[in-house]
Design a protein around this ligand. Structure first.
Ligand code: ADP
Ligand code: MG
Length: 180
């Protein structure tokens, strides 16, 4: 018999560096609670008919940021119960304001080493995101993570150190957080 769904007492917004597990945890949370999840990258893909990698290549990062900002503005009008957001969105304060109106923001933290492993593993199965650039992907991740961490921390209501946790465990912890 299927277990009863867990109750989520507020909408959840997942933020964090690319590869930290936002989409994976959003899916787990959706399975656990029976609520649908929305992913900003998915909406941008639907709206443009392009992959994120194609948008970066054809139109540039600033155009991607504009699409992302538009999507987040629209979502604030009709908040989804579970939302995962692209890794750079919180650099824009308007996005953070909108995300706060959508729900409880949770930063899925992970070490640069773990992020590199997860991104490389993910890239082996999908070419959806811009490839890691440069000769040393670890340095790129470590530098960007250091640059962005203060923004993630400031935007988040809760931080979950995800490096050694399974996605299903993280989803359970999020349910507990919102009910405590
Ligand atoms: P994001 O949406 O934050 O970019 P994804 O959810 O796409 O990240 O996850 C990136 C990769 O890392 C995927 O291959 C996924 O299976 C893996 N992954 C996600 N969360 C975890 C975790 N907690 N532990 C181990 N691997 C994970
Ligand atoms: Mg994702």
């Amino acid at each position: 018999m299927k277990a009863p769904h867990e109750y989520l007492s507020s909408n959840i917004v997942l933020i964090g560096y690319r590869g930290c597990g936002k989409t994976t945890v959003a899916k787990e949370l959706s399975a656990l609670t029976g609520k649908p999840y929305v992913d900003t990258d998915d909406l941008i893909k639907q709206n443009t008919g392009k992959t994120i990698a194609e948008i970066f290549c054809d139109e540039g990062e600033s155009q991607f940021r504009q699409y992302e900002k538009n999507v987040i503005t629209e979502l604030a009008q009709q908040p989804p119960e579970i939302l995962s957001v692209g890794g750079g969105a919180i650099l824009d304060p308007k996005n953070v304001t909108n995300l706060r109106t959508i729900g409880t923001i949770i930063w899925l933290q992970a070490t640069a080493d773990e992020l590199r492993k997860r991104i490389e593993q993910h890239e082996a199965t999908t070419s959806d995101r811009p490839a890691l650039r440069g000769d040393n992907p670890f340095d790129e991740i470590a530098n960007l993570l250091a640059e962005r961490s203060p923004f993630y921390e400031k935007a988040a209501a809760h931080i979950i150190e995800s490096t050694n946790l399974l996605p299903a465990t993280i989803a359970k912890r999020i349910v507990e957080l919102t009910n405590s």
